[in-house]
Write a protein that binds this ligand. Structure first.
Ligand code: ATP
Length: 211
């Protein structure tokens, strides 16, 4: 079957299994985290992914981002950059927030110079103030989330995969984060959103897949 013209990513019969146990002499055991998942992601849409704990939502995002390879089926990328934003991940606790922001931006596919050019905006959005030059290990979890989120607001790949990120920070920041993401979602940005909030999914997504 030929995909529609505006398809940016296709998943065809994707299956992922994790190795659970098995030392050198033990027979390995596998756990099937995803089975027969097929859909097309279209340019500009906001696709919601829902499912109970352990249904495979994060695994699906990791497959779409190319971080893990499916054991069955395939993921076809029609030439777009895809990045996964999972807060709390990918920070070096010993480095200052500023350096971590730069590294995060580079992981999203930007050059150091491009991230530095947006640094003033990132710091302002994060509301971290002078803490931006302190090591991330001195941050609260809300502060870490705010930093990760702020980087993603100013550095956007063609397809942005968001894993439970709209529940970050305190109420004030959450509202600001959601309104910023809503702006992106109504623009041309293609987004895949994993959330446990039915309300959020209904409000923000054009289409929902239940795992
Ligand atoms: N690296 C791994 N090794 C072994 N099993 C894993 C690994 N990562 C995930 N799993 C298992 O795969 C299943 C799917 O995990 P995943 O994190 O994708 O679920 P999820 O839908 O995102 O869950 P949650 O809603 O709790 O975040 C779970 O049963 C989990 O225990």
């Amino acid at each position: 079957m030929h995909p529609q013209n505006d398809t940016v990513l296709s998943l065809c019969d994707v299956g992922v299994r994790y190795k659970r146990r098995g030392g050198l002499l033990q027979k390995p055991e596998y756990f099937q985290a995803l089975k027969n998942v097929s859909f097309d992601l279209r340019q500009g849409e906001t696709l919601g992914i829902v499912g109970r704990n352990g249904a495979g939502k994060s695994t699906l995002l990791r497959v779409m981002a190319g971080i893990i390879r499916p054991d069955q089926g395939r993921v076809i990328n029609y030439g777009v950059s895809v990045s996964l934003l999972a807060l709390q991940a990918g920070f070096d606790p010993e480095l200052p927030g500023r350096d971590n922001a730069i590294m995060n931006g580079m992981l999203l596919g930007y050059t150091r110079r491009q991230v530095e050019a947006r640094m003033t905006d990132i710091v302002a959005f994060s509301e971290l103030g002078d803490f931006i030059d302190e090591p991330v290990k001195t941050y609260s979890s809300g502060m870490r989330s705010r930093l990760g989120f702020s980087v993603s607001v100013f550095m956007t790949p063609d397809v942005l995969l968001l894993d439970e990120i709209l529940s970050v920070g305190d109420r004030g920041f959450r509202e600001k984060a959601e309104s910023e993401m809503t702006r992106k979602m109504s623009s041309d940005q293609t987004i895949v959103l994993v959330s446990h909030s039915e309300n959020q999914i209904n409000r923000l997504c054009d289409r929902v897949i239940c795992l």
